[in-house]
Design a protein. Structure first.
Length: 154
């Protein structure tokens, strides 16, 4: 039972976090389920919780009947992973730069960040250089004049 293969419906793992969205169908998870299967599902959720997974269970009927509510649930779920607080010593642009970097699965350019912050490239470069000096961001591409940045691994 404990060594059986189990699958997740959806896994969300930004920057090493562990989020799981399980879609629960009434027939396979409630009405027609046997005792052994029920125990196995409980064990699966327990093992995930012990391994620091955040689990969001959504009923399939809710997806069909209330898709907007489910969309809000999922956005709030994702928000738990991308909206973290940062040091109070950061100004708004620095804190938003770290949030922006955390949301992206890849490194980004100064131009992308400038567009997001609605600041000049020059001001954005100053922000990035300051975060690199504080060891909160790192340069990932050192080609002449073109640099990309990402969060320092946590």
């Amino acid at each position: 039972m404990n060594n059986a293969v189990r699958y997740l419906d959806l896994a969300y793992m930004p920057k090493g976090a562990k989020g799981c969205i399980e879609i629960q169908d009434y027939r396979s998870h409630a009405r027609d389920i046997g005792v052994t299967r029920f125990k196995d599902l409980c064990m699966k959720h327990s093992m995930l919780a012990l391994d620091d997974w955040t689990i969001l269970s959504i009923a399939y009927l809710s997806i069909v009947e209330e898709p907007k509510v489910c969309r809000q649930l999922i956005l709030a779920f994702i928000g738990k992973f991308v909206s973290t607080s940062f040091s109070s010593g950061l100004d708004w642009a620095e804190a938003e730069t770290l949030r922006f970097a955390r949301r992206l699965p890849h490194s980004f350019s100064t131009a992308e960040l400038a567009d997001h912050l609605r600041l000049s490239d020059r001001h954005t470069r100053r922000i990035l250089h300051g975060l690199v000096e504080r060891n909160l961001m790192m340069v990932t591409n050192r080609k002449q004049r073109y640099r990309t940045y990402q969060l320092v691994s946590e």
